[in-house]
Ligand binder design. Structure first.
Ligand code: DC
Length: 224
């Protein structure tokens, strides 16, 4: 049976960095579910559909085909056959993904794909609802968080390193807005699963977080 690790948490908590590292060390596949919501959001943006236009979003969903593939172990996301991986990490796409991921039609479409991926392969999957909805029986569940200031500083550094100019206060506000939307939406809100282990990474290094998760994987494997 495939071994599944679920990592959920708010924006900028370091989920993808941690998940990638754990997956590489354990020889698991890393599944970035946020990238799938971002690819759908990119479609809506390109079609000039507004984030509040639920009817247009529902009508557009059947026209969107999202698939993923791996190139040298790195997840690539395809939107109607086009590799859009390079267009997904902007604030505009992230905000649109946060706004449109609340619609049940969008979630239904992607959840099935995510469940299928985890059935046949050992995965580390990160997102908002992995431990609660997508993989409720995951072997290891983590809720990874950090203070909003620490998360904003990390995002600021990430953007600055890419040469994108930004203002720390604006990023902090953006993160707070995104948290609020992701946590208070009607469908699959971001919430810590009852059986998830909380890791606050505010004062931890990447190595320390990865080691904690690897220890949980070892323990779970030994009693499987
Ligand atoms: O993790 P991220 O920043 O790439 O995610 C972008 C948005 O997608 C996030 O604000 C909420 C949504 N999302 C979701 O609703 N469920 C997931 N499993 C992953 C992401």
């Amino acid at each position: 049976m495939a071994f599944n690790v679920a990592i959920d948490g708010p924006a900028g908590a370091g989920k993808s960095t941690v998940a990638k590292e754990v997956a590489a060390k354990q020889n698991f596949i890393y599944v970035d579910t946020g990238a799938m919501y971002r690819a759908m959001a990119l479609y809506f943006l390109r079609e000039k559909i507004g984030p509040d236009d639920e009817a247009a979003i529902a009508a557009a969903c059947p026209n969107v085909d999202i698939t993923i593939a791996y190139e040298d172990g790195v997840q690539q996301v395809f939107l109607n056959g086009e590799n859009v991986s390079g267009f997904l990490r902007t604030e505009e796409v992230g905000n649109m993904a946060s706004a449109t991921s609340g619609y049940v039609q969008v979630r239904k479409k992607l959840m099935e794909l995510q469940k299928q991926l985890a059935k046949t392969a050992d995965v580390v999957m990160d997102g908002r609802d992995i431990g609660t909805c997508v993989l409720p029986k995951a072997d290891v569940k983590i809720y990874l968080t950090a203070s909003s200031l620490v998360r904003a500083r990390r995002r600021y550094k990430e953007l600055a390193e890419k040469g994108i100019s930004c203002v720390l206060e604006e990023i902090e506000k953006d993160i707070a807005d995104r948290d609020c939307r992701d946590m208070h939406r009607e469908h699959s809100p971001l919430v810590q699963a009852e059986d998830a282990v909380l890791i606050d990474s505010s004062d931890l290094t990447l190595k320390e977080v990865v080691e904690q998760i690897e220890a949980m994987i070892r323990e779970k494997r030994s009693c499987r």
